[in-house]
Design a protein around this ligand. Sequence first.
Ligand code: ATP
Ligand code: MG
Length: 577
Amino acid sequence: MRMSTLFAPTRKEDPADAEIASHRLLVRAGFIRMVARGIYSFLPLGWRSVRKIERIVREEMDRAGAQEMRMPGVQPAELWQESGRWDAYGSELLRLKDRKGSDFALGPTHEEVVTSLVRDNLSSYKQLPINLYQIQTKFRDEPRPRFGLMRGREFVMKDAYSFDVDKQAAHESYATMKDAYHRIFTRMGFDFVAVEADTGNIGGDLSHEFQVVAETGEDVIVRCTTSGRAWNVEKAPISIEDAERDPDAQFAELEVVKTPKTHTIAEVSAFLEREASSIVKTLIYLADGEPIAVLMRGDHAANEVKILAHLRASGLDCAELVLADDVTVSKVTRAPVGFAGPARLEVPIYADLSVRPMVDFVTGANMKDRHLTGVNWGRDFEVSSFGDFRRAQAGDICADTGSPYEEFRGIEVGHIFYLGTKYSDAMSAKLQGEDGELKPLEMGCYGIGITRILAAAVEQSHDGNGIVWPMPLAPYHVTVLPLQARNEEVMAEAERIYAELRAAGVEVVLDDRDVRAGGKFKDAELIGFPVQIAIGSRGLAEGQVELKQRAAGDKVLVSTDTVVAEVARIVREGLEG
Ligand code: ATP
Ligand code: MG
């Protein structure tokens, strides 16, 4: 490929909404362009890398015995009604109508389609196990699309679904996929961990997330310092003290105090000179659109998975729990955001267990720039029920080993679930077992965020000048940079090296543009070609060109006679890992 014809519009400026390196660099290096919030075009460089990610995934899925197929993006509502998810999936499901007024959804995932397919087309358990996968565009109307490709609304996913005759066989399918995922992310050069995860609204009881370790990751992971087992913080078992309040406690008087411009717990804590653990924060959630309040100790974080489970266990038939928007918070508390408190709040109040033993705590006053001190539940407000709502954090005690957790952040690039019979029961996907009895199929589902991987790779590998592609994911392996575009000798040598590298099977871009050497180097660094060959008239006079590996950074002079063989070797070794 010649740079003069390659559609790779590089840019000097960061996109205004970019918060993380991968978003900035993928836009600046001309890999992607935003079309609408969370919806992107992949330009030729971006798409080449996506195809390489897909290829690794395909090879390992095929090797693990899965079969590639393709299901539609547009799915009829009836299938989702059968599984019960037409209502349960909430507003992430983008719904639409056809010209006759029939309901459809843009597929965020394909359990319904694949379960009905297998149900209607398999007749004997002897045809099991079967694992079907596709690489396809998904749509999820995410509440907070951000970070470029990380959390898009339209994105490419590899999704696979296994069907087995019984639980043991399903667990074997799960283990096979877990191995395949290890190979996939190793081949991509990631520093990653498989963490035990919550199963969310998919259900089932065995699930691992594959997390690429990155400061900017949206997920927080805790790892037990003795066992080394890692968990998503929503799932990590913490040992919780379920203490009662001292029955003889004397309550102080409730007081309104001025707390100008203190919105966060840290600000209130500093201003009032009170420990965060003596402050109670009031979180307003919408449970299927109805506001509720959740009280947490100031130094703790809320786990929405636990809150939702508690609401359901308390008899509230709630499908979706989301943090309320600012407008709702202001309406419910009749105050600006940052001053919510439980006293005189007219919504149900649920409190974390660690709030139960607290006496004379601090809360918001539901008034601008005011907090309350000397607050006590039972006297100043009623609690509907107490529950364990805490999210694990660094220093919490692992319930399995009694040792403290350490914490780090990750980007979820893959997720595997054992589903059990959740969908096969709901959709009546049954087969006769060996004993002649009709049994629901045992299922598993396995996702990989193909386009999120593109961003994760950049997040894990970049520097101040641009992207540093690992060889297997680089859009091209090598760029050839003739430094004086008008020098015939330089151009002729560049053309020769370019042609010979291509003949050797190396993917190479010749920067044949008539621009200054500085501009060529800048773009080469930004785009992140793993290998640069710079050809200048001075070096050529000595029969030499300059070779630079992007990751290592140092430049070496190489003879024009050996450069092609040398570069072909570097590329081959980089691809082999
Ligand atoms: P998350 O917790 O990040 O929302 P999820 O649990 O909803 O992920 P799955 O339903 O398991 O994700 O989807 C499989 C994979 O698809 C994820 O592991 C992730 O890599 C990718 N993925 C999910 N949502 C998005 C998104 N909005 N944008 C890009 N990739 C995504
Ligand atoms: Mg999600």
